[in-house]
Design a protein around this ligand. Structure first.
Ligand code: SF4
Length: 361
């Protein structure tokens, strides 16, 4: 065991200037900026105007060589472990560590994750602040506790700390490729897609449904909730339904979605519309849907009825490969990675991730 803080203790508590040194260290806890996860928001909260932690002489600072405190904020991943260790090693003595967040203590909600470390194995910790996230008050209490510890002359880590062997801690050999464990996914092979009529106490909606049934007798029209109407149709009548809705005052497309029903070799294309111009229709959303063949997924475009369909159709084309006939932008790729084909289809093969730990110097 090597007590890496032995020199700190001597420095702060030795000589005639010991009280001055302790006083100076107590009121000059400068924390290095090392925000590693969402706990960092609580750090920002603690140091912002509401709590103003700077009142206690603690201040976040950007240069690690001019800081003497690390506030480890939650998760430290294997990739980040070296950065944490290097930062700590670059800081001048005497230096201190406060660790906040459940993730930093025992992994928190990532307790069984393949990439999580226990930061207290990488740097010696003076105070732990539990919580997910911990409160700003908790962090400030830890700073105050550390100050008291410095004042009492006990400014040393409370754990005996060995020199960290990162390769051992990270459980991997440098330079060797590793694959993360597979997540325990459970996928229902034949998920049920259920859209059912529901009788609702909605007079305007029931009248609207009757009216639509008269206009589009070839489709199934029903309410699913207050302000929600569903229309089941097919590719042949899809556009006719759209025109009937437009003539009722539905003037824009809210969304177009595709549901991939792999086990039945079909897609369901759903379009939801509403109105900005007819007051009674404003809260109403009508969704009309058509099933199409998954091997030849084609359906008419609605861009000549509602311009707002354009973006959504392009997106669904890129994600699922559905061809919206008549949309002038079909065939263009708007994805950030245009070489990727239909990434949201259920049979899309994901690339297997792997990682390599760099040689630690
Ligand atoms: S403890 Fe909670 S808030 Fe903090 S890093 Fe982990 S998940 Fe985020």
């Amino acid at each position: 065991m090597k007590d890496v803080n032995a020199e700190n203790i001597e420095f702060l508590g030795s000589g005639a200037l010991a009280p001055v040194k302790k006083w100076g260290a107590k009121w000059s806890l400068w924390a290095v900026h090392l925000v590693t996860s969402c706990c960092g928001v609580e750090l920002a909260h603690a140091y912002a105007s509401g709590y103003d932690a700077e009142r206690w002489g603690t201040l976040n600072f950007g240069m690690m060589r001019q800081t003497n405190l690390i506030i480890v904020e939650g998760t430290i991943t294997k990739k980040m472990a070296r950065a944490l260790r290097i930062t700590w090693e670059q800081m001048p003595d005497p230096k201190f560590v406060i660790l906040i967040g459940a993730c930093g203590i025992e992994g928190g909600l990532f307790w069984n994750s393949y990439h999580i470390t226990r930061p207290w194995k990488i740097v010696p910790v003076d105070y732990f602040v539990p919580g997910c996230p911990p409160t700003p008050e908790g962090l400030i209490s830890a700073v105050r506790a550390l100050q008291k510890k410095i004042e009492r002359g006990e400014a040393r880590t409370t754990v005996d700390f060995k020199e960290a062997d990162l390769a051992k801690i990270l459980g991997t050999e440098a330079g060797k490729e590793r694959k993360p464990p597979k997540p325990p996914l459970k996928i229902a092979e034949k998920p049920e897609i259920k859209i059912e009529p529901k009788e609702v106490d909605w007079e305007f909606g029931n009248q609207l449904v009757d009216k639509l049934r008269g206009k589009i007798p070839y489709a199934e029209v029903f309410t699913t909730n207050v302000n929600r109407i569903y229309i089941k149709t097919n590719a042949k009548f899809y556009k006719k339904v759209a025109k009937a809705l437009e003539s009722e005052g539905f003037d824009h497309v809210k969304s177009i979605n595709v549901i991939d029903v792999l086990h039945e070799n079909k897609f369901i294309v759903e379009c939801s519309v509403s109105s900005y111009s007819v007051k009674e229709l404003m809260p109403v959303i009508v969704t009309f849907a058509a099933e199409i063949d998954r091997n030849n997924p084609r359906i008419p475009s609605l861009t000549d009825i509602w311009l707002s369909a354009d973006y959504q159709e392009r997106e669904m084309h890129d994600f699922f490969g559905v061809w919206f006939e008549g949309n002038p932008n079909m065939g263009q790729k708007f994805l950030i990675a245009p070489e990727v084909e239909t990434p949201l289809r259920k049979d899309f093969k994901l690339e297997e991730p792997s990682y390599v730990l760099e040689e630690s110097k």
